[in-house]
Design a protein around this ligand. Sequence first.
Ligand SMILES: *Cc1c(COP(=O)(O)O)cnc(C)c1O
Length: 227
Amino acid sequence: MIAKNIKILLDKIAEHCSKIGRDFNELTLVAVSKNQNVQEIREAYDAGLKNFGENKAQELRDKVDLLPSDIIWNFIGHVQTNKVKYIVPSASLIHSVDSIRLLEEIENYAKKINKRQKILLEIKTSDEATKYGLQHEKDILASSEFCINSIHLELIGLMTMAPFVDEEKKIRDSFVQLRKLKEKLNAQGFSLVELSMGMSNDYLWAIEEGATILRIGTAIFGERIYN
Ligand SMILES: *Cc1c(COP(=O)(O)O)cnc(C)c1O
């Protein structure tokens, strides 16, 4: 079933890209494998996916050793500073960095293991209280500058989560905000490339608004079972 879901999903993404004139190869699909077991992840890997996303530090650490070493691991969950040590060794990209305190912690740990850690800044683009992320422009700018001045941090883009609502306009507004913020930062001398936005319910809109990384779980693995 997972292989079939992936085929349907990739076909939809490719079809939508050609409809709106975007290059399918510009997009990275991150399969959000939180709460999925190793067999399920293996099935998605065997179906051709290489990028996986986890949102709990220990779950990431435990899965890494049980799965193929060429998997590209993404960390997409809220990062607690005391969990950085579980994330930095294995995450190719951390999507959810939202404070200078955390940037410092990641810089220090990456230095310790002699790694340059790719990161995205998470931006809060809706007023939902449950969402994390940087919100004020001066904080976003200060965080971006912190990265430039940190040898072991490589800031490559921005990430957001759209609000959990049905209205297309509110969801698109989130994505547009993120794209405009990237353009604004780049106009100020930063070189951000990636926009991580779009989940199972809104990825087609995200593609239209400029997403370069899609984070999709349910459409690949089915509904998550929480114990
Ligand atoms: C769970 C999660 C996703 C995937 O959500 P789906 O609706 O299952 O596609 C994407 N991004 C983040 C940050 C998540 O926590």
